[in-house]
Design a binder for this molecule. Structure first.
Ligand code: PGA
Ligand code: ZN
Length: 424
């Protein structure tokens, strides 16, 4: 039974304020959760409440969200069983009273929602993945490791936001992590050798200035081979283009030229012919529904087309995407929708339609590792949580190592089976 809730303002990995919540139960259990924050946010995301007081943190304070929890939520939730997740989340949605969660703030609601789940797991003496996923939770996700950062996450001229490697050929998650970390280190020496910057972007990947986007793929390919792995077998590529960021007035400004959705699609097909790419996220802008449907039809089952800004983890937008065949996979970010219950609903909806799901961090993160447990609990098969560098990213990988260890022989690494083209 919930006995008390405490909220506070802490800092995220970019040095910006975010919400942290502690939930205490009558049996002495105390659990804590922190809320992540994006930079290339979708227009349809639930509202992250920021104070706007320019005298504090350039307006980015979250004292109002904290006060909303303390003044409007705590009293209402005391006495609930922590296991009543859906009732608790529904209660907060009712208290909020808006469609976009601007009443309490999605950051306020999500902090409480996640801390409640962790408290319930603690009280049941279960790991979070086990409590949320039940006895059948056993699938370890492929880590989609973002080892080269561009777009809004880097101060470079690379348009594509994320260049990811997926170690699909590894037998276990632990080995996948090793493959990825070794390629990451090999990439550092490849960049150094060429006199390119080895400074890091927001998600821990390198952020060199490069002439083209395919130059990034060539460098990563070189690093894969240098590390002793087979490109296309052990390791494949995935992209997050984050195309909404360079779309304006019907035009995609990409590699210095104005392009249409058809031009972008032609570019992607050329990339697919040259590189072992299994997944492209946000290849087009968040309102370009017809462009998405055309592209998805044109790639068929060859690769995964992932909606991030398009779907914003929102069951309503995912339902439209299913009906219009606008994509074939969903990126899952808990703070885009703002409660654990709705995140479950989004993933269920996607899986029932045969869409794949990729659990995801945000570019602004904390030491909170909840998404690692969610990926296993929800059977996502894929997780993206940055490079194997910077502790707010590595914390999630390390949690997945612990989960794999706890599952022991029951654990299964998703591997190549997570992707259409490489289904074994
Ligand atoms: P964000 O980026 O957290 O800055 O939105 C991540 C993504 O686009 O997937
Ligand atoms: Zn994205």
């Amino acid at each position: 039974t919930i006995e008390g809730i405490v909220a506070r303002e802490i800092l995220d990995s970019r040095g910006n304020p975010t919400v942290e919540v502690e939930v205490g139960l009558d049996d002495g259990t105390v659990a804590r959760a922190a809320v992540p924050s994006g930079a290339s946010t979708g227009a349809y995301e639930a509202i992250e409440l920021r104070d706007g007081d320019q005298d504090r943190y350039n307006g980015k304070g979250v004292e109002n969200a904290v006060t909303n929890i303390e003044d409007r939520v705590v009293d209402q939730l005391i006495g609930y069983e922590a296991s009543e997740q859906r009732l608790i989340d529904q209660k907060m949605l009712d208290l909020d009273g808006t469609a976009d969660k601007s009443g309490l703030g999605a950051n306020a609601i999500l902090g409480v929602s996640l801390a409640v789940a962790k408290a319930a797991a603690g009280s049941a003496e279960l790991s979070l993945f086990r409590y949320l996923g039940g006895p059948n939770a056993h699938l370890l996700p492929v880590p989609m490791m973002n080892i080269l950062n561009g777009g809004a996450h880097a101060d470079s001229n690379v348009d594509i936001q994320e260049f990811m490697i997926a170690p699909i050929g590894a037998p276990t998650f632990r080995e996948a992590l090793r493959y990825g970390a070794e390629v990451y280190h090999a990439l550092k020496s490849v960049l150094k050798k060429r006199g390119l910057s080895t400074g890091l972007g927001d998600e821990g990947g390198f952020a060199p200035d490069l002439p083209t986007n395919s130059a990034a793929l060539d460098l990563i390919g070189e690093a894969v081979e240098k590390a002793g792995y087979r490109l296309g077998t052990d390791i494949v590529f995935a992209l997050d283009v984050a195309a909404t960021e360079f779309f304006d007035n019907g035009v995609y400004t990409f590699e210095g030229a104005g392009k249409s959705a058809d031009d972008m699609a032609a570019y992607y097909h050329k990339l697919l012919d040259s590189y072992p790419i299994v997944s492209i996220e946000d290849p087009l802008a968040e309102d370009d529904w017809s462009g998405w449907s055309t592209l998805t039809a044109s790639v068929g089952e060859r690769i995964q087309i992932v909606g991030d800004d398009l779907f914003v983890t929102n069951p309503q937008r995912i339902a439209r995407g299913i009906a219009e065949k606008a994509a074939n996979a969903v990126l899952v970010k808990v703070n885009q929708i703002g409660s654990l219950t709705e995140t479950f609903d989004a993933v269920d909806l996607a899986h029932r339609a045969g869409f794949r799901t990729m659990m995801s961090h945000r570019s602004g993160e904390t030491e909170d590792t909840t998404i690692a447990d969610l990926a296993v609990a929800m059977g996502c098969g894929q997780i993206k949580t940055g490079a194997p560098a910077r502790s707010e990213r590595v914390a999630k990988f390390n949690q997945l190592l612990r989960i794999e260890e706890e599952l022991a022989d029951a654990a299964r690494y998703a591997g190549a089976g997570a992707f259409p083209r490489y289904r074994s």
